[in-house]
Design a protein around this ligand. Structure first.
Ligand code: PLP
Length: 380
């Protein structure tokens, strides 16, 4: 029977691991699985390799993204690290210039040391991507929209290039989730998530997921995951499964609140610039309308001066000044000293990540309360 996205979020995986009729998938809190006799396995051997609770999550998310399967890791960074392990000395990757700071740090501090080279370009500009692809290029790595500047890449356009070049297109879909954007259906080969964000949705769990559509990629990544470790624990897998059950309603409500907030922020004298892809005059808006069914709930603002940034961060009462995003609690992040602290200052400034930039992840509180909170903090 075919299932809609909402139904798949609740009943994502058809495999039953239990005979009791438990409505909630059990947490198989076990490190290992006993064998009845030599050469006979229940299908599960050791939880680093696979665990039923984790498998339930992996099948559910693969179904939501339209992939063949997915592999769940302990964090988003562990997932990205596993994807980087698919490449080797001499391989070249074209990546979005504006990326989550941790991804940049991983590429520069770990992947480059293994002999993988990178060109960081504006992947929203297809000519730049085309120019950067060379014979040693093995993949294009895109975050769209980017963290924190909300730059948008046309996934379909880049996929045409990667198909022609016979290389992989990897998309970090953390900000949109499959509810709003399905990169595999637009031509991507691998989709990455920090499950810590919208999938989990409650600011209480770390997780990372890679969704694949090619059986060879799946085999390679399963071997990498088994070898590197960094797998998602059964309990954390269960928390992400639970989070996904309410993903569509959270995403809809958070996006609606973000739109209300963005429109209000745009009119404030203390806001110099606003980066929200839901606003019609945002440079990424047109592409988002084509490739996604919603705009998400991430807003970045550049305020008038550092004093205003400080006032907001220090005086919000409902909104919390904390790293991370995508949860039910509205968070305000200061990329300069938090998510992008390890990006060299000159590069950070050039990207617009200056001491006036604040990123807001809009949660599930009443948007009027959030507006009142921002208003009082701006006057503090
Ligand atoms: N990708 C994006 C877009 C992120 O924003 C983050 C974290 O903020 C990550 C990946 C890394 O995820 P995690 O913090 O779960 O390791």
């Amino acid at each position: 029977m075919s299932k809609s996205f909402h139904t798949k979020c609740i009943h994502g995986n058809d495999i039953s691991y239990d005979h009791t009729g438990a409505v909630s998938v059990p947490i198989f809190q076990t490190a290992t699985f006993a064998h009845h006799e030599l050469g006979v396995s229940t299908g599960f051997d050791y939880s680093r390799i696979q665990n039923p609770t984790r498998e339930h999550l992996e099948k559910t998310l693969a179904g939501l993204e339209g992939g063949l399967d997915s592999i769940a890791f302990s964090t988003g960074m562990a997932a990205i690290n596993a994807v980087m392990a698919m490449f080797e000395d001499g391989d070249h990757i074209v990546a979005s210039a504006d990326l989550y700071g941790g991804s940049l740090r991983l590429f520069r501090m770990v992947a480059m040391k293994k002999g993988i080279t990178f060109d960081f370009v504006d992947t929203g500009n297809i000519e730049e991507v085309k120019k950067a692809i060379k014979t040693s290029t093995k993949a294009v790595y895109v975050e769209t929209p980017t963290n924190p500047m909300m730059q948008v890449t046309n996934i379909k356009d880049v996929a045409l290039l990667t198909k022609e070049a016979g290389i992989k297109l990897i998309v970090d879909n953390t900000f949109m989730t499959p509810y709003f954007q399905k990169p595999l259906s637009l031509g991507a080969d691998l989709v990455i998530h920090s499950g810590t964000k919208y999938l989990g949705g409650h600011n209480d769990t770390l997780a990372g997921i890679v969704v694949v559509k090619d059986p060879d990629d799946l085999d390679q990544l399963r071997l990498i995951a088994k070898t590197l470790g960094g797998c998602l624990s059964p309990f954390d897998a269960w928390l992400i499964i639970r989070g996904i059950k309410t993903l569509p309603i959270r995403m809809d409500r958070q996006a609606a609140s973000a739109m209300i907030l963005a429109k209000w922020l745009k009119d404030q004298k203390w806001v110099n610039k606003i980066y929200y892809i839901g606003l019609e005059d945002d440079p990424g808006h047109e592409t988002m309308v084509k490739q996604a069914s919603g705009f998400g709930s991430m807003i970045s603002i550049e305020v008038t001066d550092f004093q205003m940034a400080k006032a907001l961060l220090n005086h919000v009462k409902i909104i919390q000044f904390a790293e991370s995003l995508g949860g039910v609690e509205t968070l305000m992040t200061y990329p300069k000293t938090q998510t992008h602290a390890d990006v060299p200052e000159e590069e950070r400034e050039a990207k617009g990540i200056n001491d006036c930039l604040i990123r807001i992840s809009v949660g599930l509180e009443d948007p009027d309360d959030l507006i009142e909170d921002l208003d009082q903090a701006s006057r503090a």
